[in-house]
Ligand binder design. Sequence first.
Ligand code: MN3
Length: 373
Amino acid sequence: MKSIAVLGSTGSIGSQTLDIVQRYPDRLRVKLLAASRVSEKLLEQVKQFRPEYVYVAEGGEIEGVKTLSGDTGLDELASLDIDIFINGIAGIAGIKPTYLLLKNRKKQATANKEAIICLGEVFKDRYSEILPIDSEHSAVFQALQAGNRENLKRIILTASGGPFWNSQSLENITVEDALNHPRWKMGRKVTIDSATLMNKGLEIIEAHYLFNIPYSKIEAVIHPQSLIHGIVEFIDGSMIAQMSCPDMRIPISYAISYPDRWETGAKYLNLFEYGKLEFYQPDEEKFPLLKIARECGEKGGAYPTVLTVADELAVDMFLRGEIKFTEIPLIVEKILEKANFKKPESYEDVIFIIEETKKLFKDIYKTAGGKIA
Ligand code: MN3
């Protein structure tokens, strides 16, 4: 019996994690659920999974369980004796929990690419202890099992391309259009990032830090069917690809059961239903964020963190109807131009860069933007 903590339990990754837990009551026991606030959904989850602890970032009490909150609660959470922490927190809010879990050397499986990226310069040496949930990185992790690291030629991350990869024009795209992802059901932030291809840009940086692979060996391709999630090529010319229906329960389950594999409830792939696999070069002119992200990754230092924060704030502005879809990359670029920070050496340095980037953003765009933690 493994004890499990689900961070971001009411979100997309959290709910799908609990879906797996539900299938294996004899293998998994929920010891902690964490969410940003008390909601109907959280209360239902507490009732169903009966955790010993609940963490609520904004505070609040839940009857019958030990409720933790705020910064001290987060410290306590990260020191609990739990076999695996699933980090399904969306966006920059996931940085502190990721850091605390790394510091305390807890076993964590994470879908929070923002944290991996922002903490990468400081903590990448510990990243081999992290199990990836992001589907592309899970795919690469799975494919890497087929050979030795010294024999690695390159890795390829696939992108569905989002709803617009082959559209003529990106003008007049509404929030609703951009949230309408053709293949994956995900949270709002990652769905918009997927439409701008920033998601793949962030994933290139995520892969660099997670697997300690140089940028020259990481590529991204558009693969509209979203059946291959990641590919590892070895020096003998062999490519090992991980294929499955696009269902996040597969990478989540693998992170929990690794090196074992469990049934997940995901559909088995019927190849005849699809018939063909297509691959296209991403258009970096039309989707400049992909190129900007790679450049930020190659420059290293504070750039990946500034990029992550600027994008989250710009996406937030777009979701609130304050800017056009095509303005997202322009805003991110402008913040990158203005930002001038030293390479982070500690967690505190990373937080400083995040806070200063938020201030810079507010000064320039006079936006509420303060919703993010
Ligand atoms: Mn992904």
